[in-house]
Design a protein around this ligand. Structure first.
Ligand SMILES: *[C@@H]1O[C@H](CO)[C@@H](O)[C@H](O)[C@H]1NC(C)=O
Ligand SMILES: *[C@@H]1O[C@H](CO)[C@@H](O)[C@H](O)[C@H]1NC(C)=O
Ligand SMILES: *[C@@H]1O[C@H](CO)[C@@H](O)[C@H](O)[C@H]1NC(C)=O
Ligand SMILES: *[C@@H]1O[C@H](CO)[C@@H](O)[C@H](O)[C@H]1NC(C)=O
Ligand SMILES: *[C@@H]1O[C@H](CO)[C@@H](O)[C@H](O)[C@H]1NC(C)=O
Length: 528
């Protein structure tokens, strides 16, 4: 009898001890905190974290009207006492604030995690290289924007720390530059080092979306300067594109610190994207490609394949909550650091590949993809080099226009004029270019920027010496123009537009849309 009482005491004490330890191990994944935005309806937001065998986890979501309790599922890794708990919330309308309480109970010990000021809205991930990392503080109007940002308390920010990993991570093991925050001068990076946080393009995109949608927007900035697309791609993407050879990139020796990002394929997919696959998002935006201009050819396959792969895996990671065709927006490359006006350079090919060689998106291959053209936002005197134009505000506005049209179905002009028909007149030596099947009203700003390839054969290469300038001579209708050319004893076989690394002056490309003043994108086409 004495013995059994003693054993009871021992077990009870062990129970309390273990219970305490267990309750303390109950936590959330690194990217859940107060002030966050969770994805709104019709999708399901997901909350997950860590716990152990003896703990049950419940999640309470409450505001002044509703109060819902969810029981978490727990899954255990084999041979482990730690587990992952997970809750899939019912679809929630945009709005808030909500309080979320995570209640972890082991035996009689209860451990509670309180989150306040949680909003539901649309969550966008912003990734890429230095032009995405480029901060609000570095941008034109940056200092005004830092002060102004407090007017947007329902745009929320999360900045992921730059870190690499050799294997796929399920959480941000390198931590966060900044957990979910409301915007203000500090959280937007007023005192942070350049090229860290917070992304100017991400901010301007989200701010403009908020102005239009008037509901909470969550922005996750996860990017690293100087990185090629291969580092953001899973191994299967590289295989699919025959791009498994390790890439060797020449570093610009002037670039330092965060502008000389890692070059090992897949290493940032592992550490800075993969951890978010269990977090429901609306979509992603991207500004990257400069680090692939040494060898632009594989980009066509890689960019398309990476987008599809992110979509598929995000959909799987969130049990179908993230759209398997989620919207993906990108900035078409702006300008390079050392353009030589006479030579074509690698940028035109890279820009073309960004659209899967269509010249525009969305198209039948790149579905639900939207883009903004930045070729005319030239900034030759940027203190960060011409490759880093400071007018990120116009970029954000253009990208949000494209998002509003393609993602949110708004009736806004979101792309510049794009040609739909060419008519060659061999008598007058002119080409009539019709834009958007006559549906675009164009504004002609300059005469120079078109080229014709004169050839005895039927094809023309990008680096062919047979390209001759063709000048804009007239605008027969609101949606067409003619260019004149001269081919000595040869045929005009191809036409191209803005086929240089830096073909325009600031907002000075030849052709713009009348609505919203958007530049026409570069193109190359065969004249039949
Ligand atoms: C949320 O929590 C805060 C802080 O504890 C409290 O002041 C507020 O009333 C709570 N709001 C709701 C809707 O429960
Ligand atoms: C800077 O802000 C002013 C006033 O808000 C605006 O007129 C101007 O276009 C902005 N500059 C850029 C580069 O966006
Ligand atoms: C990759 O290589 C395979 C086999 O040689 C080929 O069938 C496929 O078209 C290639 N893919 C690309 C994108 O080059
Ligand atoms: C995260 O996604 C992976 C891959 O789909 C899945 O194996 C894992 O169970 C998910 N974890 C959570 C917490 O949902
Ligand atoms: C879209 O807007 C234009 C210009 O405001 C208008 O002419 C057109 O009818 C609108 N289209 C639709 C489908 O609402």
């Amino acid at each position: 009898m004495k013995m059994s009482i003693c054993w009871c005491c021992v077990l009870f004490l062990i129970g309390i001890f273990v219970g305490n330890v267990q309750a303390e191990t109950c936590s959330l994944a690194s990217y859940y905190s107060s002030h966050m935005v969770l994805q709104q309806q019709p999708q399901n937001a997901i909350l997950w974290g860590y716990t152990d065998v003896k703990t049950t986890v419940q999640v309470r979501v409450q505001d002044n009207v509703q109060d819902k309790m969810y029981k978490a599922q727990t899954g255990f890794k084999p041979f482990s006492t730690t587990a992952i708990w997970k809750v899939k919330l019912d679809p929630m309308p945009a709005g808030g604030p909500y309080n979320i309480t995570v209640i972890c109970q082991a035996f009689t010990v209860v451990n509670t995690i309180y989150l306040v000021d949680v909003m539901f809205g649309d969550v966008w991930v912003c990734s890429g290289q230095s032009n995405m990392a480029f901060t609000v503080k570095q941008a034109f109007n940056g200092s005004e924007e830092l002060i102004d940002s407090v007017k947007y308390p329902n745009v929320r920010l999360l900045a992921v720390t730059e870190v690499t990993s050799a294997t796929p991570d399920y959480d941000f093991n390198g931590g966060l530059y900044e957990p979910w925050s409301r915007p203000n001068s500090d959280s937007l990076g007023g005192k942070a080092p350049t090229f860290t946080y917070f992304s100017a393009l991400c901010w301007f995109f989200g701010r403009d979306l908020f102005d239009s949608l008037q509901y909470p927007i969550g922005l996750i900035s996860s990017n690293w300067g100087g990185t090629p697309i291969e580092v953001w791609s899973a191994p299967n993407v590289l295989q699919q594109c025959n791009a498994t050879e390790s890439i060797i990139l020449e570093h610009d020796e002037k670039l330092e610190g965060s502008l000389r990002g890692p070059q090992t394929p897949t290493c940032l997919w592992n550490s800075m994207i993969h951890p978010m696959l269990n977090f429901t998002i609306k979509g992603a935006i991207w500004y990257q490609g400069e680090a692939n201009t040494k060898n632009p050819a594989p980009y066509k396959c890689l960019f398309h394949a990476m987008i599809e792969d992110w979509r598929l895996k995000w959909n799987e990671g969130t049990d179908g909550s993230t759209d398997p065709q989620f919207p993906f927006g990108f900035m078409q490359l702006s300008t390079s650091n050392s353009p030589i006006p006479e030579t074509v350079g690698p940028y035109p090919t890279l820009r073309w590949h960004q659209t899967y060689d269509y010249g525009y998106v969305p198209n039948s291959v790149m579905k639900n993809v939207f883009m903004a053209v930045g070729i005319d936002l030239v900034d030759k005197t940027s203190p960060y080099g011409p490759i880093h134009p400071r007018d990120k505000e116009d970029m954000g506005t253009r990208l949000s226009l494209a998002g509003r049209a393609v993602v949110y179905g708004q009736n806004v002009t979101f792309s510049g004029p794009f040609p739909s028909e060419f008519t060659v007149d061999t008598k007058t030596l002119t080409v009539l270019i019709k834009y958007d099947n006559g549906n675009a009203n164009i504004r002609i700003v300059g005469k120079i920027g078109f080229e014709i390839c004169c050839s005895a054969s039927t094809t023309c290469q990008s680096d062919d010496t047979s390209w001759v300038p063709a000048e804009v001579v007239s605008q027969p209708t609101p949606s067409s123009l003619t260019v004149s050319y001269y081919c000595y004893k040869k045929q005009a076989v191809s036409i191209r537009y803005l086929w240089r690394d830096m073909p325009c002056t600031f907002k000075g490309c030849p052709v713009y849309s009348v609505e919203n003043n958007l530049p026409g994108a570069p193109f190359v086409a065969t004249l039949s």
